[in-house]
Design a protein around this ligand. Structure first.
Ligand SMILES: NC(=O)c1ccc[n+]([C@@H]2O[C@H](COP(=O)([O-])OP(=O)(O)OC[C@H]3O[C@@H](n4cnc5c(N)ncnc54)[C@H](OP(=O)(O)O)[C@@H]3O)[C@@H](O)[C@H]2O)c1
Length: 282
């Protein structure tokens, strides 16, 4: 396979402390900085959208990020890098249902750099792969999927009291932690983050990989620090028959409350752009 070329760095604002990237990752990505660890964890997100803002084609078997990015290898490398830096990778149950065979580890999306991602984690003092955390209200989940059974990473389900009952109707694989985090129909983002902090008390970086319904609530409740967004040079289109989700679903921000990000980074590989926006702080 042709080796990846380094991303071209167009904007790279000072964001704090350099993560201890091994040389090959540093050459490919450049420096990756976060505010000094020790306070509340950084909540970041990573998505890929088309030029017209579509994140999912809404076509069975063709609704994940690969279709959007065109299986772009730089996008996979960045996705894996962010996973490698994170203590937890959070996904909504909808994303799991559309990618049932996925496992949310760095090496699953970029196997050839597995050793370097491991080195980064070891240098950050992280002994295990990032925990995959599935968020579900109703608890209707297929517990036989690889994310729950393959043993590639610690895994937890954060759910409601009703969701927990539903999950426990099936036999729960021993490695899966089921965490009831609230008594109402759905959880608040505060409840989800509190549960995450109980699971990972020393956690520094929580990565939310979507989908649009879950991330919409993080935006709405002001709990997202930064968005890493790959802009793919594709146009997907929408019409009244096809449900094609944009970055945010289930939430609408009024004209006087449109959220505004601050550009912290811009990298490029051919026609793909890799954006980093801050939504909190400063
Ligand atoms: N292009 C990209 O970068 C990207 C990234 C991620 C996902 N996607 C795509 O986006 C699509 C899925 O997105 P989606 O918006 O439909 O689904 P989603 O946000 O992944 O999941 C929604 C589900 O998560 C659970 N959930 C969300 N908020 C909750 C809360 N506050 N409390 C409790 N449970 C909560 C519920 O699960 P229950 O139904 O179990 O109650 C809900 O139905 C897929 O096609 C996926 O491939 C694309």
């Amino acid at each position: 396979m042709i080796p990846l070329t380094p991303l071209e760095i167009l904007v790279d604002n000072d964001c704090g402390i350099d993560l201890p990237l091994p040389d090959d990752l540093k050459t490919l990505y450049g420096r990756l900085q976060f505010p000094p660890f020790g306070g509340r964890p950084q909540v970041i997100s990573n998505f890929v959208t088309t030029l017209d803002g579509v994140v999912s084609l809404g076509v069975d078997g063709k609704s994940n990020g690969d279709e959007i990015s065109g299986s772009n290898r730089h996008d996979s490398m960045v996705m894996a890098l962010l996973r490698a830096a994170a203590d937890a990778v959070l996904i909504g149950a909808g994303t799991l249902r559309q990618s049932p065979h996925h496992v949310w580890t760095p090496e699953f999306v970029f196997p050839s750099l597995e050793g370097s991602y491991r080195t980064l984690r070891a240098r950050m003092g992280k002994q295990k792969p990032p925990m995959c955390v599935v968020v579900s209200a109703g608890g209707t989940l297929d517990l036989a999927l690889p994310v729950f059974t393959a043993g590639k990473a610690p895994v937890a389900i954060i759910t409601t009291a009703i969701g927990e009952k539903e999950i426990r109707k099936e036999s729960v694989p021993p490695a899966v932690q089921v965490i009831p985090a609230g008594d109402r129909e759905t959880l608040t983002i505060g409840e989800i983050l509190d549960a995450l902090l109980r699971l990972l008390p020393g956690g520094n970086i929580f990565l939310v990989e979507g989908g649009p319904h879950l991330i919409g609530q993080f935006f709405d409740q002001g709990e997202l620090d930064e968005l890493f967004l790959t802009l793919s040079p594709r146009i997907a289109g929408r019409d009244s028959h096809s449900q094609r989700l944009g970055l945010v679903a289930g939430r609408v921000f009024l004209p006087e409350r449109l959220l505004t990000g601050r550009l912290n980074g811009l990298r490029k590989s051919e026609s793909h752009l890799f954006l980093r926006y801050a939504f909190k702080g400063g």
